[in-house]
Design a protein. Structure first.
Length: 74
């Protein structure tokens, strides 16, 4: 488990035509149930380079969270 109990939420727009704003819980990202592209980067912390999730609202959109976005919000 990651974190101290305080959920970190970041808002990311999906890539679909609706550009829906998804609230992403970083605990979910760093935890399981994610698709990882590029493999983990050795930072001492086990952060994925890039995480892609389905949009919560539409079927076409993807929500892409980069490692930079994760690190900025840790
Ligand atoms: Zn969407």
């Amino acid at each position: 488990m990651v974190g101290t109990g305080m959920a970190k939420i970041i808002k990311v727009q999906c890539t679909g035509p609706g550009q829906h704003e998804n609230e992403i819980n970083l605990d979910d990202i760093i935890g399981s149930d994610v698709v990882i592209y590029g493999g983990p980067i050795a930072t001492g912390r086990d952060l994925p380079a890039r995480v892609v999730r389905r949009c919560d609202i539409c079927d076409q959109g993807k929500v892409i969270i980069t490692r930079e976005m994760i690190e900025e919000n840790l």
